[in-house]
Write a protein that binds this ligand. Structure first.
Ligand code: IYR
Length: 217
């Protein structure tokens, strides 16, 4: 093997019973997370968002290239432009592109082409995949890497008490342009962040039981 620089692997010295308690607490915390579509305009402490992005950016990535960019949007003018462009795409989607099967799958969520949360939520985090650009390394497994980072971001924001929505207007090329990102950056997901509006409701949906999603061999 090539001679590489190493540091000692961290061992956290957590006894198994403590580890189990922590794992349970984390699972319970995440089980309480719900995707919210009705946001309060109440501001958020942006330091929470910064710390959650710091956590997200620790994600493992193909060849450790870390092919992500997190654009934090708070400017009301830019949020309005994003809403306008997203709703134009969504009108196409709901009116034409989706097709009956997809619309039927979305019906229980009650979504439509109106996206007021893009203006109401105090913060939008637009996550970009970073592809090969001039003088930059080629990334590998970009979607897998960015997907893991987004999972950490959602968990970090949730455990700090903030509500999130993973929004994917499609196509979402317009986001690169509106956010002033270079050609090698492609939008991955748009995440409104904030607190639920007073009285906000979410669909009464359930998670699959562990017996269905966990298989042991
Ligand atoms: N992007 C659209 C449609 C949509 C698609 C899926 I799959 C969802 O889980 C939710 C919505 C929208 O945001 O309305």
């Amino acid at each position: 093997m090539m001679d590489i620089r190493t540091v000692e692997a961290p061992r956290f010295g957590i006894p198994a019973d403590d580890g189990l308690a922590r794992a349970r607490r984390f699972a319970d915390t995440m089980a309480a997370r719900r995707t919210v579509r009705d946001f309060s305009p109440e501001p958020v402490d942006e330091r929470i968002v910064t710390e959650a992005i710091r956590a997200a950016a620790t994600a493992p990535s193909g060849a450790n290239v870390q092919p992500w960019r997190f654009v934090v949007v708070t400017d009301p003018g830019l949020k309005s432009r994003i809403r306008e462009a997203a709703e134009a795409e969504e009108r196409e989607f709901y009116g034409r592109r989706a097709g009956d099967e997809w619309l039927a799958a979305l019906a229980p969520l009650g979504t439509d082409d109106s996206k007021p949360f893009l203006e109401t939520a105090p913060v939008l985090v637009v996550v970009f995949e970073v592809h090969k650009g001039d003088g930059e390394p080629r990334p590998y497994y970009v979607k897998e890497s960015v997907g893991i980072a987004v999972g950490l971001l959602l968990a970090g924001l949730h455990q700090a008490g903030l509500a999130t929505l993973t929004h994917t207007p499609s196509p979402m090329r317009f986001l690169a342009e509106l956010c002033g990102r270079p050609a090698n950056e492609r939008p991955f997901v748009l995440i409104p962040v904030g607190y639920p509006a007073p009285g906000a409701r979410v669909p009464d949906i359930e998670r699959k039981p562990l017996t269905e999603v966990l298989v042991r061999r």
